[in-house]
Design a protein around this ligand. Structure first.
Ligand SMILES: [Zn+2]
Length: 119
């Protein structure tokens, strides 16, 4: 019950002057359009990282099964290079996307929507 009491308490709103109308909430830093762009960056990057792992594994398999060692070595170099490039570009895209969809903790007023950082 003590925890419930703490959550039910609020801060006084500086914008509209409401008493204890500010409650803990999470809001996005960005507008909805930017968040959609963030997801469009993040989802392919997750797939890209999985795909780069797949390229790497299949190049390892190709190396192991190639009859000519030089062909196997070339496959491993090409496969690893492709995998690393895909992984790096995916990570950069995913990081950008994550920044766009990241949420922050705030106190938000339920009367006027005004919010302040909660950290
Ligand atoms: Zn307010």
């Amino acid at each position: 019950m003590t925890h419930q009491h703490t959550l039910n308490q609020g801060l006084n709103c500086q914008a509209c002057g409401g008493e204890k109308t500010m409650k803990p909430a999470k809001v996005s830093k960005m507008s909805p359009v930017v968040q959609v762009i963030g997801w469009l960056l993040t989802i392919p990057s997750i797939l890209g990282i999985l795909f780069s792992g797949f390229i790497f594994l299949s190049s390892l398999l190709a190396t192991g099964t190639a009859e000519d060692p030089s062909v196997g070595g070339a496959a491993l170099v090409a496969g690893t290079g492709t995998a690393v490039c895909t992984a790096i570009s995916s990570l950069i895209g995913g990081l950008l996307g994550y920044i766009l969809i990241m949420k922050k903790k705030v106190w938000k007023c339920n009367q006027c929507g005004y919010h302040i950082d909660r950290d």
